[in-house]
Ligand binder design. Structure first.
Ligand SMILES: Nc1ncnc2c1ncn2[C@@H]1O[C@H](COP(=O)(O)OP(=O)(O)OP(=O)(O)O)[C@@H](O)[C@H]1O
Ligand SMILES: [Mg+2]
Length: 620
């Protein structure tokens, strides 16, 4: 059996139901109308049957004017059933609207929450598992809302009403019926408990399978390169089999309910019919039966099978839906990124050596502190004794201290896994540090509102990502209100303009699948252009030019030099030639800065950097 990631989660039906009702509760008026219509529909059904009694009794009475009363009775029945039908139509239509609305709200809340979650959340699950929340879990919930929710209430009313009415008609016989119903109830309870457990497993297994398919898709090339197709199919089948097994278990229990309920109901019917007939002939304990009573009674007993049957089916459907809802709420309840920063980034203009906050765009920025004082954005970044690890017990960065004054170009070099990307992840607060502090223009980054902090940083990530859309849209991602001229200027600076113009639709060329139709280097050029258009005082370039040929790289650098003027730049590059003219180079090894200085200083030192540069050493 493949491991099920979510199986450790608490299965709290009561809490899930409460949360779900909270969503439904936002539409109180509609729910109230549904409740009324459901009641009308259920009562109409009960009353319709009950009215047979006087009609039959009238008809069997030789003294009455049978036909006149018969017509009246039939007309009354027609009215009752028409009311019932209209009420049913009404509540099903409202429920369709309600279900779609609630599902819309859940999807919206789930996505909004997802956008606020810390990166560490995504480190621990596959994308497919999260996707499963949006597809499979939502589907289950929508299905149960459309088909079960109102019907369940209706059936409950019908069952309760039927009970009352059969007791009114004949209490003695009803005691016997109750015994049968209790037997049914106990079995239904047992089977639905088992079914529910398996429904939850099914949802989790489905999420696991989705995750596997998603990974196979995104890593299709690697699968092919290593001839892993068969191994992949084997793994898939294993997971698929498990899903089949739990799905089967869930349905086995839920479908065993119907035949059980039907069989016991038929036995009940037969027993009641026989005893009822005997009672009609020989009253016991003063209990008698008229012809009308016995036929109505039998109709009720037969009728009871349907709501009980449906009740079991729908409670299953509802349980399945709630299993989906539980997983959805699990995502919605995740703790968002901590952001208690109060310092914001505002546009300012300078007048008489004073900063004044303005609403229009000035391209001059300042930090606005909680006491409303303004501090010009300069781009001074410092680390003080920073310790950090992705997991609690494993430090990646050890007592790291460094500073970058405004306009300085700081480079990190070091072996793979040394912690270079990690440092940049901390500046933009993708992760929280364990101890020490990081300041930006003298302000602790924890005090800066995350969005504003990230707005002040232009970042080219090590792994480029392009979105589905045109090239222009992708560059504009760095500045949503950029004009076409700005897009072209940024592309020119990044030296991307010439290749873009050679594409079939130029800047309007559509990119899909993370830019699969572009070369790796072209993707990097686009992400550089995207960072350039953002025009930020601090730039972080993580292997930004690693896939670009040296000639193009030289051109990009030329463009960037212009851009970098007056900006603080953190640069990570394996190709040491690209960082030669940095103000400071930090040589990192296992999360510790082992050397620092300018290119010349480090060469003169004849230490690790010297050996790296001359090719005499590879860090390990
Ligand atoms: N999201 C993460 N969760 C847990 N550990 C991580 C995560 N990202 C990186 N690490 C670990 O942190 C260490 C430093 O990784 P980092 O990405 O900073 O290296 P790097 O110096 O940028 O290497 P490269 O030159 O290959 O890009 C590595 O040992 C890596 O295993
Ligand atoms: Mg890296």
């Amino acid at each position: 059996m493949p491991p099920i990631l979510g199986s450790k989660r608490p299965k709290n039906l009561k809490r899930t139901a409460k949360q779900f009702l909270h969503y439904l509760g936002r539409h109180k008026i509609l729910l109230f109308i549904v409740a009324i219509l459901v009641t009308i529909s259920a009562l109409a059904n009960l009353l319709g049957t009950y009215m047979f009694k006087p009609i039959i009794d009238e008809f069997a009475n030789p003294e009455s004017d049978n036909f006149k009363n018969l017509w009246q009775g039939i007309l009354l029945e027609a009215c009752i059933y028409l009311c019932g039908a209209l009420a049913t139509l009404g509540y099903t239509q409202i429920m369709v609207y309600l279900a779609q609305k609630v599902i819309f709200e859940l999807r919206r809340d789930m996505f909004s929450k997802m956008e606020t979650l810390p990166l560490s959340f995504f480190d621990h699950q596959t994308h497919g598992q999260i996707m499963s929340n949006y597809t499979n879990d939502i589907d289950m919930l929508a299905d149960s809302m459309n088909n079960a929710f109102a019907m369940l209430i209706s059936n409950f009313i019908q069952i309760a009403g039927l009970f009352v009415l059969i007791f009114i008609l004949n209490w003695l016989l009803s005691i016997l019926c109750t015994i049968f119903y209790i037997i049914i109830f106990i079995y239904v309870l047992y089977a639905s408990k088992r079914a529910k457990k398996n429904f939850e497993k099914q949802q989790e297994a489905m999420a696991q399978l989705n995750g596997f398919v998603e990974e196979s898709l995104s890593g299709q090339k690697v699968v092919m390169v290593f001839n892993h197709e068969e191994e992949n199919i084997k793994q898939f089948i294993e997971q698929d089999k498990y899903l089949q097994k739990v799905g089967e278990e869930a349905l086995r229990y839920s479908f065993s309910m119907i035949p059980f309920v039907v069989s016991v109901s038929y036995i009940n019917y037969a027993v009641v019919a026989i005893i009822g007939a005997l009672l009609a002939l020989n009253p016991v304990l003063g209990v008698t039966f008229t012809l009308g009573s016995i036929s109505t009674y039998l109709v009720y007993v037969r009728q009871a099978t349907m709501p009980i049957n449906q009740f079991t089916q729908q409670s299953n459907l509802l349980l399945g839906g709630l299993a989906g809802a539980e997983r959805i709420f699990h995502l919605i309840d995740e703790t968002p990124e901590i952001d208690d920063g109060t310092v914001t980034l505002v546009n300012v203009k300078e007048a008489d050596n004073k900063l004044i906050e303005v609403n229009e765009k000035t391209n001059t920025w300042a930090w606005k502190k909680s006491d409303d004082s303004l501090e010009k954005l300069k781009g001074d970044v410092r680390f003080y004794n920073v310790d950090f690890g992705y997991y609690e017990n494993k430090l990646i960065l050890n007592d790291l201290s460094l500073y970058a004054k405004p306009g300085q170009k700081i480079a990190f070099v070091g072996s793979t896994g040394a912690g270079k990307t990690t440092i940049t992840n901390l500046i933009n607060r993708f992760y929280e540090i364990n101890s020490g502090s990081i300041t930006y223009d003298g302000i602790d980054v924890k005090d800066i509102k995350k969005q504003d902090l990230r707005r002040s940083l232009g970042i080219v990530l090590q792994d480029t990502h392009l979105f589905t859309g045109t090239i222009k849209d992708n560059i504009k991602y760095g500045k949503l209100d950029a004009t076409d001229d700005e897009v072209i200027a940024a592309a020119k600076l990044a030296n991307a303009d010439s290749f873009i113009r050679r594409l079939p639709d130029g800047y309007n060329t559509y990119i899909t699948g993370d830019g699969a139709n572009l070369s790796q280097g072209q993707r990097q050029l686009l992400s550089i252009a995207r960072a350039m258009i953002a025009d930020t005082p601090v730039l972080i370039l993580d292997e930004a030019t690693s896939s670009i040929d040296t000639r193009t790289e030289a051109l990009v650098e030329k463009g960037m030099d212009k851009l970098m003027e007056g900006r603080t730049v953190f640069m990570i590059a394996h190709r040491l030639s690209t960082i030669k003219n940095s103000n400071a180079i930090m040589v990192l090894d296992h999360g510790v800065i082992i050397e620092r200085g300018t290119h010349e200083e480090l060469l003169a030192k004849k230490g690790i950097y010297y050996k790296l540069y001359t090719g005499a050493l590879e860090l390990d």
